[in-house]
Design a protein. Structure first.
Length: 195
C-alpha cells in the first residue's frame, strides 16, 4: 500500500472550499421549491378539510338546536295543558265543596225551582221533583201556586229521593230539565274541558 505524499503549497492556501458537484445547487433549490409547494398544498388541503368539518359540525349543531327547541316547545305546551287541566279540576272541586257546604235555605230552593220553570215555559205538562226536605220547606214557605207564571200550566210538585238538596228535576211535555246542583257543576266541567 502506498501512502499519499503531502502536497506542499508555496504560498499557504487562504480560502479553501469543497467543490460541489455540478448542478447540486440547482437540485437543492428544486428540492426546496418542491418542499415549499408540498407544504402549501398541504396547508390548502388542511384548510379545506377543516372548513368542511366546521360546516358539518355547524349543521349538526343547528339540527341539535332545532331538536332541543322543538322538544322544549312540546314540553312547555304539555306542561301548560296539564296545568290548565289541573287548575280547572281544582277550581271545580273547590266550587263543588263550597256549594255542598252552603246551607240549603228556602230562597235557594225557590230560586232553583223558578229558574227551572222559566226554562219549561211553553210546555203543556210540568212535574217538579224535589228532595223531600226541600219540598216540605217550599210548601211551608210558598204555596206551589205561587210558582205558576202567566199562560203556563200549573206545576205538580212531588218528593223524590233521587234529587239532591237544593236542586230539582222538572219533567215537561218537551223534555226533562235537570236543575240539580251536581248536574250544573258537571255542565260547567264539560264546558271548561271543551275550551
Amino acid at each position: 500500500m502506498r501512502l499519499l505524499e503531502p502536497i506542499t503549497f508555496s504560498p499557504p492556501p487562504v480560502d479553501i472550499r469543497i467543490a460541489s458537484r455540478p448542478g447540486s445547487a440547482e437540485r437543492a433549490e428544486e428540492a426546496a421549491a418542491r418542499e415549499a409547494a408540498a407544504y402549501q398544498r398541504g396547508l390548502v388541503e388542511g384548510e379545506r378539510r377543516l372548513n368542511e368539518q366546521l360546516l358539518r359540525q355547524r349543521g349538526e349543531l343547528l339540527d341539535l338546536q332545532q331538536g332541543v327547541l322543538a322538544a322544549l316547545g312540546q314540553a312547555v305546551q304539555k306542561t301548560v295543558h296539564e296545568a290548565e287541566s289541573g287548575l280547572i279540576e281544582l277550581a271545580l272541586e273547590t266550587a263543588r265543596k263550597l256549594v255542598n257546604d252552603l246551607p240549603i235555605n228556602d230562597e235557594m230552593v225557590a230560586a232553583a225551582v223558578r229558574a227551572a220553570l222559566a226554562e219549561a215555559e211553553g210546555a203543556t205538562e210540568v212535574k217538579v221533583l224535589l228532595h223531600p226536605d226541600d219540598l216540605a220547606r217550599l210548601q211551608a214557605m210558598n204555596p206551589p201556586a205561587s210558582f205558576a207564571s202567566a199562560g203556563a200550566p200549573q206545576a205538580q210538585f212531588h218528593a223524590s229521593p233521587e234529587v239532591s238538596r237544593g236542586g230539582c228535576l222538572v219533567h215537561t211535555s218537551l223534555g226533562v230539565i235537570d236543575a240539580r246542583r251536581e248536574t250544573r257543576l258537571d255542565l260547567i266541567r264539560q264546558a271548561l274541558n271543551h275550551e
